[in-house]
Write a protein that binds this ligand. Structure first.
Ligand code: IMP
Ligand code: MG
Length: 174
């Protein structure tokens, strides 16, 4: 794989601290915020985001199918693992690694909204706006990036490279 670092570790860490503060500012200081992280890509982002959140925070996990083994979205989203608990009356923030076509997020927002949360917002570490197929609302975006396939900090190519503490570009456009 190419070793071009797009976002280094200090850059990511600084932004995640800012995002945690932004999220908390939108709720009361003592309001419980419930993060729903999308497996597997968002696990590292969630971990850093949670450790910088002040006030009460809980989390749960959901898994959906994404790219299979390639870099092209199949366009079809499937629920692989559901949440452990319901969302009724909670202030929910979906925590996702990247919004690309937007198909995954719009599917998730639809199924989670149907569970009657008090509020539903979305935080994405990365956004590739040039690839959007559906206009999906994202309340918190870490970084807007070009149309390149990236790995690291939770994001994979064929399950590899999730462990990198930075975000790196894998050869060519996606
Ligand atoms: P979307 O449904 O096209 O928005 O795709 C979102 C999902 O595709 C993300 O949750 C990622 O799992 C995956 N994805 C999109 N772009 C990339 C990338 O550049 N690197 C790794 N995974 C990606
Ligand atoms: Mg993902």
């Amino acid at each position: 794989m190419s070793d071009e670092i797009l976002l280094d570790q200090p850059t990511i860490q600084r932004r995640v601290v800012e995002l945690a503060a932004e999220i908390r500012r939108d709720y009361a200081p003592d309001a419980p915020v419930h993060f729903v992280a999308v497996l597997k890509g968002a696990f590292m982002f969630l971990s850093d985001l949670m450790r910088h959140m002040t006030g009460p925070v809980t989390c749960d996990f959901i898994a959906v199918s994404s790219y299979g083994g390639g870099t092209q979205s199949s366009g079809e989203v499937r629920l692989l693992k559901d949440l452990d608990r319901g969302l009724e009356g909670r202030d929910v923030v979906i925590v996702e690694d990247i919004v690309d076509t937007g198909l995954t997020l719009s599917y998730l927002q639809e199924i989670l909204r149907a569970r009657d949360p008090r509020s539903l917002r979305t935080a994405c570490l990365l956004s590739k706006p040039s690839r959007r197929k559906v206009d999906v609302p994202v309340d918190y975006i870490g970084f807007t990036i070009e149309d390149r396939f990236v790995v690291g900090y939770g994001l994979d190519f064929d399950e590899q490279h999730r462990n990198l503490p930075y975000i790196s570009v894998i050869g060519g456009t996606s």
